[in-house]
Ligand binder design. Structure first.
Ligand code: HMG
Ligand code: MG
Length: 313
């Protein structure tokens, strides 16, 4: 079933979807997912037309055991996909992570900072200020090696320990990460508490500090059911890169109140309805998430996956 498309004036004509399911989604699974299954998940997401698929994290394996097979997965993907696998972004928190990514020839890496003191401690074992000292040589060396660097900033709308996070604090951390040399900043609503006006206020606060929408991406988790409304608000502000996870998988192991990301299928459905180009084959994506839900042994939380799989609509 389709419902046609109805343009809303003033929205972008096309957007880039940055798929985080294999990383943000699978980092939070209670069980161990076989490397083969992860590789197949990545291949199917690429085949469904997703232009960017973040594959894994070179974090400490004791901190995120679910992704301890990062090197094996990347090796498998290089065997399967050749050079294209090296274009898949991977998370690297520190120089050790960067070394591991460089050994495998990865071309796109992402650092991940925190807008709050408490989450910096819990997620990175560093203070808010110390995180920049950890990231500085990562970004410098990555750029010297010709890599593309993205920076995430987490807890941009609220923090489970510190409550609401002031706009200026998020902009301070975000601009410091960009000043290190990151090309793009992904604004994380890690625990999914943001609302539409807050999104527009934050984008505007970045604009006031000289950071245009071309350097920003939005990374919404859907804990409070606001992710699509927030996406529409971000589109109205001119944002054109959106992170999402196939089937709505995910969460953050160091923020227990975080649930999955905005489901890529739900995002694709809305974008198609708005006549915004995204390049994704929805049927292939739904089939991928339905298959992944079988592997994980539970239904997908995505409304669109539930509506479309196992029925004729
Ligand atoms: P640490 O314990 O402070 O590390 O952890 P350290 O620098 O003190 O090193 C201790 C030992 O760990 C050393 O070994 C290092 O070599 C080793 P030793 O010399 O004692 O034998 N080590 C490593 N080994 C492998 N790979 C590495 C690595 N680093 C050190 N990369 C660290 C600091 C940053 C490593 C740790 O806190 C960590 O791994 N944190 C990751 C947490 C994480 O992955 N969280 C989820 C991702 S963030 C997220 O999901 C949010 C996001 O989606 C956006 C949003 O939603 O907001 C991005
Ligand atoms: Mg996340």
């Amino acid at each position: 079933m389709t419902t046609g498309s109805y343009d809303v004036p003033g929205l972008p004509e096309r957007v880039t979807l940055y798929e985080v399911g294999p990383r943000d989604g699978l980092q939070n699974e209670p069980g161990v997912i076989p490397t083969d299954t992860k590789a197949r998940f990545c291949r199917r997401l690429l085949a469904a037309g997703l232009p960017v698929v973040e594959a894994t994290s070179f974090v400490h394996p004791r901190w995120v055991p679910q992704l301890a097979d990062a090197a094996d997965l990347m090796t498998r993907l290089v065997d399967d996909l050749g050079e294209r696998a090296r274009e898949l972004p991977v998370l690297v928190p520190n120089e050790r992570g960067l070394d591991r990514a460089l050994e495998l020839g990865c071309r796109h890496v992402a650092i991940f900072g925190s807008a709050t003191e408490t989450f910096a401690q819990r997620n990175l074992n560093r203070s808010l200020d110390e995180q920049f000292a950890m990231f500085e040589p990562v970004v410098r060396r990555a750029r010297e090696a010709g890599l593309d660097v993205r920076a995430y900033v987490s807890m941009c709308f609220g923090d489970p320990w510190e409550g609401e996070v002031p706009l200026a604090q998020v902009v301070d951390v975000g601009t410091r990460l960009l000043d290190l040399g990151a090309a793009q900043l992904s604004i994380g609503d890690t625990i999914g508490v943001g609302t539409a006006g807050h999104v527009q206020a934050l984008v505007s606060a970045f604009g006031d500090r000289g950071v245009g929408v071309d350097r920003l991406a939005m990374h919404f988790h859907d804990t409070y059911g606001q992710a699509l409304a927030n996406t529409l608000a971000a589109l109205q502000s001119g944002i054109t890169t959106f992170d999402s996870s196939a089937g709505g998988l995910g969460g953050c192991p160091y923020a227990k109140s975080a649930t999955g990301n905005l489901a890529t299928e739900d995002l694709v459905w809305m974008l198609t309805g708005l006549g915004i180009e995204h390049g994704v084959d929805l049927d292939a994506l739904v089939a991928t998430s339905a298959w992944m839900a079988e592997q994980l042994g539970r239904p997908s939380p995505s409304a669109v996956v539930r509506a479309r799989s196992g029925s004729a609509v």
